[in-house]
Design a protein around this ligand. Structure first.
Ligand code: 6PG
Length: 247
């Protein structure tokens, strides 16, 4: 599956396009009788997208009580911490639409699980029992940010978690990006999806984008980002700065 690239002038235009396409995709999936299974990401670009989706949420036919949400990674901090990806998504978007809490699958927080390993085990078990059960179609859409080093979710280049293929969620410690303790979906989990959308803005990502989109990554089997693909589509939503190193 080749990746497609959509370049926008700036982050605001990128967020507008992603929000518009996300709402349309949710409507389309619900019209097919599906409960859309969507994996959200953390990061600054995602926050802009979330706010844009919330702004448009009432101008569409999406039944928000029938959308299932997951996280590609989560920081292992107390549930009330502003560092939690799920809390950022709730404040920017989910609290403003009528989602069903039973379909919002947050990763256990530091004050809800004994360790990041226990939180990863719980999330792994939930994924394996539900949306990623064998024979299931998996996720409908995985949204991902991109780090300057080519990381996606909390899978950082050269780290052992990148190669884990025997489970869907893992604990991450000493993360190069603070906070240090996290839970991340693994590559097999991130690829169990119909579509992957990368949301990337900023000059500092341009090399990582070029490396991942071209599938070239010096000295390794490809950055984590280069190894995530959707079954049906992989789309890179970039602003012009992030796209500046593409041929
Ligand atoms: C996290 C994110 C992480 C993020 C990228 C890009 O929990 O930190 O999931 O993978 O998406 O680091 O973040 P920015 O969009 O803020 O650059």
């Amino acid at each position: 599956m080749t990746a497609s690239v959509k370049v926008h002038e700036d982050a605001a235009e990128l967020a507008s396009e992603v929000a518009s396409r996300l709402l349309a995709r949710l409507e389309e999936l619900q019209a097919q009788g599906r409960v859309p299974q969507v994996v959200l990401t953390g990061g600054g670009v995602a926050d802009v997208v979330h706010r844009e989706v919330a702004r448009r949420a009432q101008d569409c036919s999406v039944d928000w009580s029938r959308v299932a949400l997951w996280w590609g990674d989560e920081r292992f901090v107390p549930a009330g911490s502003g560092d939690r990806n799920c809390r950022q998504a709730a404040e920017a978007w989910l609290n403003h639409v009528g989602v069903d809490p039973a379909l919002v699958h947050e990763v256990p927080a530091q004050d809800e699980a004994e360790s990041a390993e226990a939180a990863a085990d719980a999330y792994d078990e939930l994924l394996a029992r539900t949306v990623l059960a064998s024979g299931s179609t998996g996720f409908d859409l995985v949204l991902l940010g991109l780090g300057p080093d080519g990381h996606v979710a909390s899978l950082f280049p050269g780290r052992p978690e990148v190669e884990v293929d025997t489970r869907y969620a893992v604990a991450v410690h000493d993360s190069p990006k603070p906070p240090p303790d996290r839970v991340s979906l693994t590559l097999p989990a991130l690829c169990r999806t119909s579509e992957v959308w990368f949301l990337v803005s900023g000059h500092e990502k341009a090399d990582a984008v070029a490396s991942a989109v071209a599938g070239l990554s010096p000295g390794s089997a490809g950055s984590p980002a280069a190894r995530v693909h959707g079954r049906e589509a992989t789309i890179w939503f970039l602003d012009s700065s992030a796209a500046s190193r593409l041929e």
